[in-house]
Ligand binder design. Structure first.
Ligand code: IPM
Ligand code: MG
Length: 350
């Protein structure tokens, strides 16, 4: 069984995944790696943004690490052939319903955030985003033409008890190993699915996690609180759409989107899907400027959560911190380094 299946994808994806390979060669030379085409490049080469063969190979490995997908050249591809469709399919088929998106502000980067140093310094927030349900997948959806000639676009936001419960369970379990607090965000004041979300989280808390401090927060207020005082939060749990939005906001707290990894996990023992949160960044693709740290830290999460190598993960995280303390900065962090040089700094620290 392959340990790590790489899907470099589009834009800066191949550049940052190439750096992960260098790190893996130095830190964990015994790991078995394999790789496949994914996203726009797969569509151009194979006619589908993810082929069935690539999907099966990914699902048969212990962990999948993706670079990035998408770009303006595929904006007019048919909807089901778009790079983003491949990502949603991969998440759905791998059944990775819990997406861990940490917002960790490394001390030396506190001044790179657009928020004040005292607001973000020491920040360690974990957003748990539901990843395989909600309005991203709900049926019916579509764009239809009405009798009066107008068009009507519609999506369905839908959650079942078990979908809510399993992701909330992940949040509570994580909190127990951290500062023991969970904030659950929804719009129970206007949405039926939000009301059910709140009731299910509340019931699960009462039943199995009464020792964890639970608060319910409306998602709009959560957005405001994240920029006002993010350190009031430890673990936050929310649906797919709110998690997409609030994780981008929290990413900015840390100084740069180029710093943030993520892990998407399913049931225990199943392969996890790891991805840097930044997108394909077509504006800087191919220039060797991308910050490789989000991809390197995604590898760090894969070591920890899927490959049972916590000690290697600890070493890698410490090396990233040391490189930053030593002043290593790519352009997104206000520095001058290129992609390869940043990795050199991490390798030197290792
Ligand atoms: C993310 C991205 C994706 C999403 C896109 C690329 C489909 O924004 O991972 O946050 O919306 O989930
Ligand atoms: Mg997003």
């Amino acid at each position: 069984m392959t340990d790590l299946f790489l899907l470099p994808g589009d834009g800066i994806g191949p550049e940052v995944i190439a750096e992960v390979k260098r790190v893996a060669a130095a830190l964990t030379p015994d790991l078995t790696l394999d790789e496949g085409l994914f996203g726009g490049i797969a569509y151009d080469t194979e006619g589908a943004p993810i082929s069935d063969a690539t999907l099966s190979a990914a699902m048969a490995s212990k962990a999948v690490l993706m670079g990035a997908v998408g770009g303006p050249q595929w904006a007019s591809a048919p909807r089901d052939k778009r790079p983003e469709a491949a990502l949603l399919r991969l998440r759905s088929e791998m059944k990775v319903y819990a997406n861990l998106r940490p917002a960790l502000c490394f001390g030396p980067l506190a001044d790179a955030s657009s928020l004040k140093r005292e607001v973000v310094e020491g920040l360690d927030l974990m957003i748990v985003r539901e990843l395989t349900g909600g309005v991203y997948f709900g049926q019916p959806r579509g764009i239809e033409t009405l009798a009066n000639g107008q068009q009507r676009g519609f999506d369905t936001q839908v959650y079942t008890t078990s979908e809510i419960e399993r992701v909330a369970r992940v949040a509570f379990e994580l909190a127990r190993g951290r500062r023991n607090k969970v904030a659950s965000a929804e719009k129970s004041n206007v949405m039926e699915s939000g009301l059910l979300w709140r009731e299910v989280v509340e019931a699960l808390h009462k039943r199995d996690y009464a020792d964890v401090e639970l608060t319910h927060i409306l998602a709009d207020n959560a957005a405001m609180q994240i920029v006002r005082n993010p350190q009031q939060f430890d673990v936050m749990v929310m649906d797919n759409l709110f998690g997409d939005i609030l994780s981008d906001i929290s990413a900015q707290l840390t100084g740069s989107l180029g710093m943030l990894p993520s892990a998407a996990l399913g049931d225990p023992g199943k392969p996890g899907l790891y991805e840097p949160i930044h997108g394909s960044a077509p504006d800087i693709a191919g220039q060797g400027l991308a910050n490789p740290l989000a991809a390197i830290l995604s590898f760090e999460m894969a070591l920890r959560w899927s490959l049972d190598r916590a000690a290697d993960a600890d070493r890698l995280k410490a090396a990233v911190e040391k490189a930053l303390e030593g002043g290593a900065r790519t352009r997104d962090l206000g520095g001058e380094m290129g992609t390869t040089q940043m990795t050199d700094a991490v390798l030197a620290a290792l």
